[in-house]
Design a protein around this ligand. Structure first.
Ligand SMILES: Cc1cc2nc3c(=O)[nH]c(=O)nc-3n(C[C@H](O)[C@H](O)[C@H](O)COP(=O)(O)O)c2cc1C
Ligand SMILES: C=C(O[C@@H]1CC(C(=O)O)=C[C@@H](OP(=O)(O)O)[C@H]1O)C(=O)O
Length: 365
């Protein structure tokens, strides 16, 4: 299983949901970067399971143990390794799933791909739990970026058919991103959140699940970062975002909506703000030709509804090769989206560290 991503700053995520621990090795970080571990814990806590009825009841403290790469709260330049223990596993929930795969989860294709040797407990290496080390890595990277004026924040843009207000793609402020990125279930319009909570609770009570969209913005990225074709901002961001379990769509700026506009509507007209060239609109989401324009980066990631639901569904018995019924019992998120917000922000931070390449002086301190 290849769970390594990145070139200049490489992350390697290891572990399984019901194994002893999960973790990450971060390679290529600049040395001499002070890391605020309270700020790291804040991000880990926003994603951690066991919060309330919007999340899985599995409780984990998700406190990272630093194995290497940090001395006196400062990066040494050596690979940074962090371990996160699994303390609250209930593997009996998965006894029957080895033989009867859950529709919508990775059980069946993973069984074929790994000859039945994959760990199905808790989803094994396919589990959303593996986003805990991703958030750790992102929490480290975002501090290094923040020191250079780059701020990342996201909100729950929709849950099923309930929508939050969108970001203003031209004027999204650092202050808004900072406040969104410090809380669980961030929204711009609090009244939308109440409706979203109702939608998640109704699905949970009906033994079902719902999906939704996370919208993320980045400010402070200077113009001229990125490149054409495969090394551009969109491909680099997309490849890490699609690595997040349950992500089924990624769009930048006006995204799919741009396909329904005239060129005259979609093009973002330029103007001079003193010495700085800006655009009056930002359908491009701050990216043209894979390169930053200096306007805010805006993108969205769509999450499918949680696959493990207790409603009865059709499955198969892989040993007897007969059709059967399955209702999944265990501890699952009725909706992945609220916990996935810090995961999307983390993926953006790691992607940006690769695009900027601090080792060759991409952005001044
Ligand atoms: C933060 C997070 C939490 C998740 N929680 C659950 C869960 O409780 N139950 C579940 O069946 N899937 C959950 N998932 C989704 C599955 O891990 C995912 O659907 C599965 O690995 C199959 O991958 P795919 O949907 O990308 O094809 C979660 C994903 C994330 C990112
Ligand atoms: C533990 C976490 O979420 C888990 C993600 C997950 C899945 O299939 O993705 C299934 C559940 O695992 P378990 O059955 O062991 O409770 C969730 O609780 C976490 O995110 O830290």
């Amino acid at each position: 299983m290849s769970s390594t991503w990145g070139e200049t700053v490489k992350i390697s995520i290891f572990g399984e949901s019901h194994g002893k621990a999960i973790g990450v090795v971060l390679d290529g970080l600049p040395a001499g970067e002070r890391i605020d571990f309270d700020a790291v814990a804040l991000q880990m806590g926003r994603r951690a399971p066991g919060r309330d009825s919007t999340s899985t009841p599995r409780k984990e403290s998700d406190l990272p143990q630093i194995v290497s790469g940090i001395l006196n709260d400062t990066t040494t330049g050596a690979p940074l390794c962090a371990l996160i223990e699994n303390t609250n596993t209930r593997s009996g929930d998965y006894d029957n799933l080895k033989l009867v795969p859950r529709p919508g989860h990775a059980d069946f294709p993973a069984h074929l791909r790994y000859g039945g040797y994959n760990d199905v407990r808790g989803g094994g290496h396919f589990s959303g739990r593996l986003t805990a080390p991703l958030v750790f890595a992102g929490a480290v990277c975002r501090q290094i970026l923040q020191r250079r004026g780059i701020v990342i924040g996201a909100h729950v843009s929709s849950i099923k058919d309930v929508h939050d207000d969108p970001f203003d793609p031209v004027r999204v402020s650092e202050d808004l991103l900072t406040s969104l990125s410090s809380v669980y279930f961030p929204v711009i319009n609090e009244s939308a959140k109440q409706k979203m909570l109702g939608t998640i609770e109704a699905a949970r009570l009906a033994q079902n699940s719902v999906g939704g969209v996370v919208e993320c913005a980045v400010t402070g990225l200077k113009a001229g970062i990125g490149g054409p074709l495969f090394g551009g901002i969109e491909p680099v961001f997309s490849s890490i975002l699609f690595g997040i379990p349950a992500v089924k769509g990624v769009e930048f700026g006006a995204g799919f909506g741009a396909s329904a506009l005239f060129g005259s509507e979609n093009n973002d007209p330029y103007y001079c703000d003193g010495e700085i060239v800006k655009t009056k609109t930002n359908h491009a989401g701050g990216i043209l030709g894979g390169i930053s324009t200096g306007m805010p980066i805006i993108f969205r990631a769509a999450f499918k509804p949680t696959p493990s639901i207790s409603l009865e569904q059709d499955s198969v018995d892989l040993t007897a090769k007969v059709d059967t019924k399955l209702s999944v019992h265990g501890r699952h998120d009725p909706c992945i989206v609220p916990r996935a917000v810090p995961v999307v922000e983390a993926a953006a931070a790691i992607a940006l560290m690769n695009l900027i390449n601090l080792q060759t002086g991409g952005m001044e301190r």
